[in-house]
Design a protein around this ligand. Structure first.
Ligand code: ADP
Length: 285
């Protein structure tokens, strides 16, 4: 009886503690569990629960930071809009001043609209609601179009060169593909240098498609490089430049959604190159 009592105790104690830990997870109380179990299976379960707690804790923290950043990004334009409205209604003396106030309100409105649109796209991609169906598309012509459009607004004397293989097909969502390329090109212009050059290359390598966007701009510092994919992260080189720190996290989400991979290499003062790899579908003449 004593032996039975000892064995039952050495199992039921750890099981109880594991149950408590599992219940705690449901209530978002993440606390490491230590059962001192001797049974192999219980030790494995303990490890699993502790690892799951770590992951959930990180996700919880990321969610908190995300909402904090998103609210901060929205609070600033709202404050400016309200201040301008107050000024326009109370103090604006003539049509010119009213027009100026309206222009500020419009700029901030656009900023908010861009932010909301990006957050909505990120959520739709993440939840995979079927909003962005995949299809076999000619990415050569999509890339050519994106570069042509960007040439019109690049500014600073920046030239966009292309080396795009004809009729390359990939399984993508055309809307997201264009958004991805547009973000990379905009960044290449924003962080490019006066009279600089951007090169877009699309080529097929055995079973893969390689899409590169390279610029000869200011480059990314070593310390910033691992963080550029994080939401709302802005590098040291972005001071005084437009942006919200969401472009590259959106690009990364889009690439993953389309089953691709993205890498970056950069050198300060020399330039940056983003390389995206997709699976090849088939080439059509
Ligand atoms: P942002 O709105 O700040 O451009 P992104 O998410 O697009 O946000 O990029 C994150 C950071 O990565 C930028 O703040 C910048 O520091 C860096 N970055 C992105 N693209 C480039 C580039 N082509 N050249 C240099 N730095 C870049």
């Amino acid at each position: 009886i004593l032996l039975f009592w000892f064995v039952a105790g050495s199992i039921s104690g750890p099981v109880r503690r594991l149950c408590e830990a599992a219940r705690g997870i449901g209530e978002k109380k993440f606390q490491k569990v230590e059962t001192k179990a001797t049974v192999k299976e219980l030790c494995e379960l303990e490890d699993e629960i502790n690892q799951m707690q770590d992951k959930l804790l990180k996700a919880d923290e990321a969610e908190r930071v995300f909402f904090q950043n998103a609210s901060h990004e929205l609070r600033t334009p709202v404050a400016v809009i309200l201040a301008q409205c107050e000024y326009a209604l109370g103090n604006a003396g003539n049509t010119e001043e009213l027009k100026e106030a309206l222009e500020v309100i419009q700029r901030q409105g656009y900023r908010m609209s861009r932010l909301i649109e990006t957050l909505l796209t990120l959520t739709r991609i993440e939840q995979n609601t079927g909003y962005y169906p995949m299809e076999k598309a000619n990415i050569s012509s999509l890339a050519e179009d994106a570069c042509r459009d960007m040439r019109l607004s690049a500014g600073h004397g920046i030239a966009i060169e292309t080396e795009i293989a004809d009729n390359v097909y990939a399984e993508i969502n055309p809307q997201l593909f264009c958004l991805m390329l547009d973000n990379l090109l905009k960044n290449a212009c924003r962080y490019g240098r006066e009279n600089g050059k951007i090169k877009v290359t699309l080529r097929v390598k055995s079973n893969e498609i390689e899409l590169k966007v390279a610029d000869d701009g200011i480059g990314i510092g070593e310390r910033d490089l691992p963080h550029i994919w994080e939401r709302f992260y802005r590098g040291g080189n972005s001071r005084g430049k437009k942006g919200m720190g969401l472009g590259l996290s959106l690009v990364q989400q889009i690439v993953r959604y389309q089953q691709g991979r993205i890498t970056v290499s950069s050198a300060v003062g020399e330039g940056t190159e983003f390389c995206i790899i997709f699976e090849k579908v088939r080439e059509e003449k």
